[in-house]
Design a protein around this ligand. Structure first.
Ligand SMILES: [Zn+2]
Ligand SMILES: [Zn+2]
Length: 189
């Protein structure tokens, strides 16, 4: 098997963590996770009751992370030769891609990505990150994040925080719309 990012390099059989067999590249330290090897490890690490909607979209997480310089390079599956599909993980400061083969469902992680996925509590759920449902949750979270950031920059963080709190209180209150109507009347004048 050849490295998707360095086709001249043969991947070396290794262990990413205890119980997880991988093939890694001696040049870029990226790791290839075969679908079966990953599943074998995943079974013991996944929370079977966790629903996709409870997986945290890490957009608000401020992680000090510099994506691998090979992160943007497209690659071929070392096992079956298909182009790897890229799945984007958005953080507040940066974004990175994990890659998966549409054929054999193996996954490629550039150097550092496994540790980061672990920090984000997503490492046992990598295949979910390629689903439409997850991608649409990411879009919603991004839009919300942008709106909150814009609001905070107009009003200042203190008032913005109060506003978000109030919005949440009104949202959760059965008569919340009365509060919204009150505010609108105040601003009509
Ligand atoms: Zn490589
Ligand atoms: Zn493949």
């Amino acid at each position: 098997m050849r490295c998707p990012k360095h086709p001249q390099e043969a991947l070396i059989s290794s262990q990413l963590v205890d119980g997880l067999q991988t093939h890694s590249c001696p040049t870029c330290s990226g790791s290839w996770l075969g679908a079966d090897d990953y599943q074998t490890w995943q079974v013991d690490h996944v929370d079977p009751d966790l629903k996709l909607e409870n997986l945290v979209v890490p957009i608000t997480q401020d992680v000090d992370y510099q994506p691998s310089r090979y992160d943007n390079r497209a690659g071929l599956c070392p096992s079956c030769g298909f182009y790897l599909v890229r799945g984007r993980i958005n953080l507040s400061q940066t974004a990175f891609f994990i890659e998966r083969c549409p054929g054999c469902k193996g996954m490629w992680l550039d150097d550092g990505e496994w540790d980061l996925l672990q920090t984000l509590c997503l490492n046992a759920y990598i295949p979910l990150l390629f689903t439409d449902e997850w991608q649409s949750r990411v879009r919603v979270a991004e839009a919300e994040y942008r709106e909150r950031t814009a609001t905070a920059s107009k009003l200042g963080p203190d008032i913005a925080e109060k506003l978000f709190e109030l919005a949440k209180l009104l949202e959760d209150h059965p008569n919340g719309d009365f509060g919204v109507a009150y505010l609108m009347r105040r601003f009509d004048k």
